[in-house]
Ligand binder design. Sequence first.
Ligand code: NDP
Ligand code: HSE
Length: 443
Amino acid sequence: MEPIKVGLLGFGTVGSGTFDVLCRNQQEISRRAGRGIEITRIAVRNRAKAEQRLGDALRTVELTADFASVVNDPSLDIVAEMIGGTDIARELVLCAIKNGKHVVTANKALLAVHGTEIFEAADAHGVIVAFEAAVAGGIPIIKVLREGLTANRIQYIAGIINGTTNFILSEMRERGLDFETALANAQQLGYAEADPTFDIEGIDAAHKATIMAAIAFGIPVQFESAYIEGITHLDILDIYYAEELGYRIKLLGIVRRTKKGIELRVHPTLIPAQRLIANVQGAMNAVLVYGDAVGATLYYGTGAGAEPTASAVVADLVDVTRLNAVHPNNRVPHLAFQPDLLVNTPIIPINDIISSYYLRLRVAGQIGVLADITRILATLCISIDVLLQKKSEAVDANQEGEIDIIVITHKTLEKNINTVISHIEALSTVRSRVTRLRMEALN
Ligand code: NDP
Ligand code: HSE
């Protein structure tokens, strides 16, 4: 059988990694797919850079600066979109779909924001949009959620799903690196998004959590409802205090089914240090999925970088090749549930979630301060699990005698903790804003 023909859009970290893996493992891959998979055309913005990167392999492909010519090329069966972003990528993907081409993409931003439009177009034209690489890089978590755990009612997913931020947090905790140096290293290693604010502000993780929520619960992708907090405001002090209390801070993407609706949130989270997921370091990702039948399952692997991501892209190319001749009605639905059976379960506002909390504040070392704080907590029926007092390291004469108070609460409504924080901050003895971090036991 003739090889299936692929057009690549973009030739950066993931595009070039995909090309390399496909060339290197060509024989094994075609034995699995049942026919060869060939990248015959690559659309690039910077031809010289691509030529240099391709070297001898330049003989096997045609480079073009005309991206539209690839999605309109009748000789191509699959378009692999490896550009990123939501503008040109959206136009090209929709055009490829309308031309009857299958699409493979690693672009979580595109799917989290425009997924509904893209999957509807794909269903209408009987083509596949495959996106394994869009969540957790090399970990086949889409396959797991969509197929492997299909018997289950998924209860929750908690994942370290951004390699850049996990790398930064690890470098800060283990090597004492400052935030900027750790971020620059992550960029150098090819982990970060073109705009790294997407990583450090939690947006990339929220894109991925949005996609997982849709597949886990059979709801439309709704990035606009996600609650997002990144790691830019995280203080190294909290990493150390958390450690002292037996916790690690990780940027977690959390999706959870509750009686009130679905939680969809990304924020720095304290996790007990003995949990496996708390020990995931560097750019590694891990996704904990709890299904009612299977219980807890954990998936671990490299979440970013050229070849780990290419591993997922090529897996999609193989899947699409195998399913090319299958009638669309017999394929696994894009979002795991039949498109006409998606439900509009509401995403619950962050104020209505229930969590335990880590609070840190600096206070004047005076008698009665602790009593004031515990009284405020008691007023809202919030019980204290741990209370720690640390002499402040500030040596400034003005700050002499100040202490840091760290409180870990039992579970309560987020809106209650916000009320507590505003009352505490109004105390005359309190010398700082209250740092508030959410906690997950994950047991
Ligand atoms: P890169 O920036 O390394 O590569 C992007 C490629 O697209 C480059 O060839 C770039 O050209 C080209 N490009 C970018 N913008 C345009 C544009 N407006 N018009 C034409 N060409 C353009 O990105 P990555 O390879 O890292 O990421 C690609 C996709 O994969 C993104 O959606 C990303 O989120 C996703 N992804 C990335 C992972 C990673 O570890 N890097 C992991 C998982 C997913 P030029 O070289 O001229 O800039
Ligand atoms: N910037 C992303 C990350 C790439 O750091 O996880 C993988 O999606």
